[in-house]
Design a binder for this molecule. Structure first.
Ligand code: NAP
Length: 285
């Protein structure tokens, strides 16, 4: 049986680190604060918002949700969001801003993300942080690809010199992950829906990272016995959340694997809060 890459335990350690840093900021007279912008009534987003509130409370960070109703008139709604972002950018009590995705259809996501102060943009959505990923410059990087890397490094798995095959080149996970991983010196192969004979690529990997959104896509026959498998996929099903990996058969075969739930997804909120503190330091607040 593979070693389980336990996201929940790693998240506890990261939260301890955050709690300590938050306490130091509070002792200096400033309580770090995350502001979340929630537009519309998406039930999954509402659940994520409450989960973040719980983690903020747990580490002693301030948290405020700015909920905006969806409106038929999208230009007016977009203007309201941009005005709110401008206000939060200027507000010295706010250290991080997160926009819950997905935004309602008809809004210009790129324009909205571009309005974020890059040093308050805790999920690395602004074009400034995106270009920093490409250039290798330090910045606030997106939490889910960061979680894929953190779950490996905190489990003592070497990335440097290894062959990492990423399945999925989506804007949220796969694409930023390529350049974030390259800072750790692996050889990276990227597969996607046009890849012919996916197994011939995943079968060469030391580390496979799946970020697709198709339950059971990665089977035992597609990976080497020594491989480490990280599953970033999340698909809600009648049986609960499912990853991209056929977990029970692959876990019997490979050397290490992250489960869903309890793997990559368990780290993302903690890493968002790490970014709040990183942004705070970058702004020299
Ligand atoms: P996305 O934008 O929909 O991208 C999916 C990628 O998978 C695309 O690059 C697509 O290829 C590729 N793909 C689709 N079918 C494939 C196949 N049969 N073989 C190989 N590649 C295939 O997704 P995303 O937003 O990056 O998210 C990826 C997954 O991560 C989703 O399950 C999402 O729910 C999950 N996620 C998890 C977290 C977390 O906290 N753990 C956070 C965010 C997202 P093309 O580019 O050719 O279309």
């Amino acid at each position: 049986m593979a070693t389980i890459l336990d996201g929940k335990s790693i998240a506890l350690i990261i939260k301890d680190e955050i709690r300590e840093e938050v306490a130091a900021w509070k002792a200096g007279g400033h309580c770090p604060k995350l502001a979340v912008i929630l537009v519309g009534e998406d039930p999954a987003s509402q659940a994520y918002v409450s989960a973040k509130r719980k983690v903020c409370r747990d580490v002693g960070m301030e948290y405020e949700v700015f909920a905006l109703e969806d409106m038929a008139e999208k230009a007016a709604l977009e203007q309201r969001i941009l005005t709110l972002i401008a206000r939060l950018n200027e507000d010295v009590s706010v250290d991080g801003i997160l926009i819950e995705m997905p935004l309602p259809k008809g809004l210009d996501k790129d324009k909205i993300c571009a309005a974020l102060d890059p040093d308050k943009d805790v999920d690395g959505m602004s074009p400034v942080n995106r270009s920093r990923i490409l250039s290798g410059e330090d910045g606030l990087y997106p939490a889910t690809p960061a979680s894929c890397i953190e779950i490996l490094t905190r489990s003592g798995i070497e990335i440097s010199g290894k062959h990492v095959v990423i399945v999925g080149r989506g804007e949220t996970v796969g694409k930023p992950l390529v350049f974030m991983l390259l800072r750790h010196n692996p050889t990276v192969t990227v597969c996607h829906s046009y890849t012919q004979d996916l197994a011939s690529f995943t079968g060469q990997a030391d580390i496979v990272i799946a970020a697709v959104g198709k339950p059971g896509l990665l089977r035992k026959s597609m990976v080497r016995r020594e491989a480490v498998v990280v599953d970033a996929g999340i698909t809600p099903t009648a049986e609960g959340l499912c990853g991209d990996v056929a977990f029970s058969e692959v876990a019997e075969w490979v050397s290490a694997i992250s489960p869903v739930p309890g793997g990559v997804g368990s780290l993302t909120t903690a890493l968002l809060l790490k970014n709040v503190l990183k942004g705070l330091k970058r702004r020299g607040a």
